[in-house]
Design a protein around this ligand. Structure first.
Ligand SMILES: [Fe+2]
Ligand SMILES: [Fe+2]
Length: 359
């Protein structure tokens, strides 16, 4: 398969990759802070207070420090990586860092701009966690001499405005799917330590428990405001579920080496992650995507094929290349629209929302 990941060969490449927005790369968000300030979480007060006590307990405060063997292990394993795997791994580090830092920036901005004590305190805890996550990834990039200038990224990357409800749907999903992705990788490498090609994966279990808890926070906010989960909003939930799942599928298939090096087959891995995420979202969403519908799987592949052809057009350049890119982008959008109309599974919400990370 053709490797379509843009190469990262210098610190300038790494920083450019982090700052550039494409439809598949992580973005930075801003929102309506007054509306955030008015959120009421009283209907879930008991669950909320229990969750805040967990944040305060901060059981990961000492987790994001490298141990004595980290640097040596990273260097020895890097020497054994194929150039393709190295590129995909660097791409993975840069996009993961961008997405962790995106959370950090958004949560910090909300914290600074609201007075609502519940929301302010939550955002402070989540920004604390994401800042540790981003810093931890950046230290691995620095091993390669490819550290990202986070201050510069914060100043120069474009921000996308999302209404609070879109922030809740999108961020809830990205936290939960982030958990599912990391735990699936951690379990695989636990069974096959010989396939662990970088020490960072040893940190994933406790790391993804932070992401799980971040997702819990948004689940409680939505459960406390059930109008977000009814009527026309169900169509938005459906849209965000599909957008998040489809983006992940295309990205993972664009960099198949990474999963293959871990002994994971990308399609199987993605469907495991969808399955875990579907299970988790039963805590809050009134519908689930039917990932076992034959049209769902077939269209995931079509979407990936369209994105490959669009990339090839882009790489070819010129008027003809541009036309090819435009054609396949429209074709991809049409596939996405067809997927939107695959029947969904309806879900009756449980009495209490909280879940434990049991995967
Ligand atoms: Fe994170
Ligand atoms: Fe998170």
């Amino acid at each position: 398969m053709k490797n379509t990941v843009d190469e990262i060969n210098s610190v300038a490449d790494a920083n450019r990759k982090a700052v550039t927005n494409t439809i598949f790369s992580p973005r930075f968000y801003t929102t309506d802070f007054d509306a955030m300030d008015k959120l009421n979480i009283e209907p879930v007060r008991a669950e909320w207070d229990a969750m805040m006590a967990e944040y305060e307990g901060d059981n990961n405060h000492d987790h994001f420090q490298r141990d004595a063997t980290f640097a040596d292990e990273a260097r020895d394993l890097a020497a054994k990586m194929s150039p393709e795997l190295r590129q995909e791994f660097l791409d993975f580090l840069v996009s993961s860092l961008t997405s962790e830092f995106s959370g950090c920036v958004l949560y910090n901005e909300i914290k600074r701009n609201v007075t609502n004590p519940d929301i302010k305190q939550l955002m402070e805890y989540m920004a604390r966690d994401e800042s540790r996550h981003a810093g931890f990834i950046n230290s691995s990039l620095k091993d390669y001499g490819l550290g990202i200038d986070l201050g510069d990224l914060k100043r120069t990357k474009k921000y996308t405005f999302f209404k609070p409800k879109y922030i809740f749907y999108a961020t809830y999903l990205s936290e939960k799917i982030g958990y599912a992705r990391y735990i699936r990788i951690f379990r695989q490498l636990e069974k096959h330590p010989e396939k662990r090609f970088h020490p960072i994966f040893r940190w994933f279990q406790r790391w993804c428990n932070d992401e799980f808890r971040h997702g819990e926070s948004f689940a409680l906010i939505m459960r406390a405001n059930p109008n977000l989960l009814r009527g026309g909003n169900v169509l938005w939930i459906r849209f965000f579920l599909l957008a998040v799942y489809a983006t992940m599928y295309v990205r993972d298939h664009t960099r198949p080496e990474l999963k293959q090096a871990m002994g994971l087959e990308p399609t199987e891995y993605d469907f495991d992650v969808f399955r875990i995420t579907n299970e988790i979202t039963k805590q809050v969403f009134p519908i689930l995507l039917d990932i076992d519908h034959p049209a769902f799987r077939a269209n995931c592949d079509r979407l990936f094929a369209c994105s490959q052809r669009a990339e090839e057009g882009m790489a070819a350049g010129g008027v003809l290349g541009y036309a090819r890119k435009a054609f396949w982008s429209v074709a991809g959008a049409a596939v996405f629209a067809r997927m939107f109309f695959i029947p969904v599974i309806s879900n009756r919400l449980p009495d209490t929302a909280r879940m434990v990370p049991a995967w």
